[in-house]
Design a protein around this ligand. Structure first.
Ligand code: CA
Length: 310
């Protein structure tokens, strides 16, 4: 039998670990709501093998009195109920339905309570199945992907300044400093019907060691991309989420801050069975000397025997 046996590679080349943290920051109350739940295993594509499944979300509410807290909580609750514990394979369609329901629930609540400012919330959500991630967003909470020390913003902000940047009227730096940087063009609950093009949906495939970050806009005034990269690298997902929030507080964040981190942990499955890579038993030096001595004695004895016979 050959010493190297072929073994089947694992269907998963990574597992996902999740961390989440939220903090009141510099506000009187926390209008952010977060969600991180492991669901029943589900297939990433119709007919595919089921994979570990997670629903992650960050919502950043706004409105008078306690309306922001109510709006963000309603968004998360409606999303979680609409996705359920056993989501079907088409995450994009599921998110379209879930965001529509959340918009209606918040709009109805706002109309019923009649606050002085419109009740609304951002919502960024991700459905992860094994290495496949679908991200959906309305508003300016963001999803970032950290891959090989490079940070990419996955979501497009639904803000006045982001639209100005897209049409070339502002630079990214001007947008970052603009007093209008928090003015949203889209949110859940502002209008009776959500724009038919929303939510924006993004599909990505995670590679081992990638990090996916969902966060509210409270970080943007106090942490830059280099800070996000430094916090996400070299620590596990719960520690990274907590560090981001702690760092924002230390730097005097004036807004609520929330971070949900998914870490693609490589499973490092070997294609070589353990028995085949075990080092061969080595002879110790005294044993080698003993064997050499015996060989010499035998050879000398044989020599004496031969010379005595002839
Ligand atoms: Ca905020």
């Amino acid at each position: 039998m050959s010493q190297l046996q072929k073994i089947e590679p694992s269907p998963l080349d990574l597992v996902v670990a999740i961390g989440a943290a939220t903090d009141i920051g510099g506000r009187a109350s926390n209008e952010d709501s977060i969600h991180a739940a492991e669901l029943a295993e589900s297939p990433p594509a119709p007919g595919g093998a089921p994979a570990p499944t997670f629903l992650l979300a960050v919502a950043d509410g706004m409105g008078g009195h306690a309306d922001g807290e109510v709006a963000s909580r309603l968004a998360i609750e409606t999303l979680a109920a609409a996705i359920g514990n056993e989501p079907g394979p088409d995450a994009g369609v599921l998110f379209k339905q879930a965001f529509r329901r959340a918009n209606e629930a918040i709009y109805d609540e706002g109309a019923a309570t009649g606050g002085d400012r419109p009740m609304g919330t951002t919502l960024v959500a991700a459905l992860l199945r094994g290495k496949y991630a679908t991200v959906a967003s309305v508003g300016d909470s963001r999803a970032y992907l950290l891959r090989a020390k490079g940070l990419t913003q996955i979501t497009r902000d639904h803000t006045f300044v982001a639209e100005e940047v897209e049409r070339g009227a502002l630079t990214a730096e001007q947008a970052r400093r603009s007093p209008q940087r928090n003015v949203l063009t889209q949110a859940l609950g502002f209008r009776q019907k959500l724009d038919s093009k929303l939510p924006a949906v993004y599909e990505l495939t995670l590679l081992p060691d990638d990090r996916l970050l969902l966060c509210s806009d409270g970080f943007s005034d106090v942490l830059d991309n280099a800070d996000l990269i430094a916090a996400l690298l070299g620590r596990n997902a719960p520690a990274a989420a907590q560090l981001l929030v702690d760092l924002a507080r230390e730097r005097g964040a004036t807004d609520n801050v929330s971070a949900v981190v998914a870490e693609a942990v490589p499973t490092r499955v070997s294609t070589v069975p353990v028995a085949a890579v075990r080092p061969r038993a080595r002879l110790s030096t005294p044993v080698i000397i003993l064997i050499a001595a015996i060989v010499i004695i035998v050879l000398v004895a044989a020599g004496i025997l031969l010379t005595s016979n002839f």
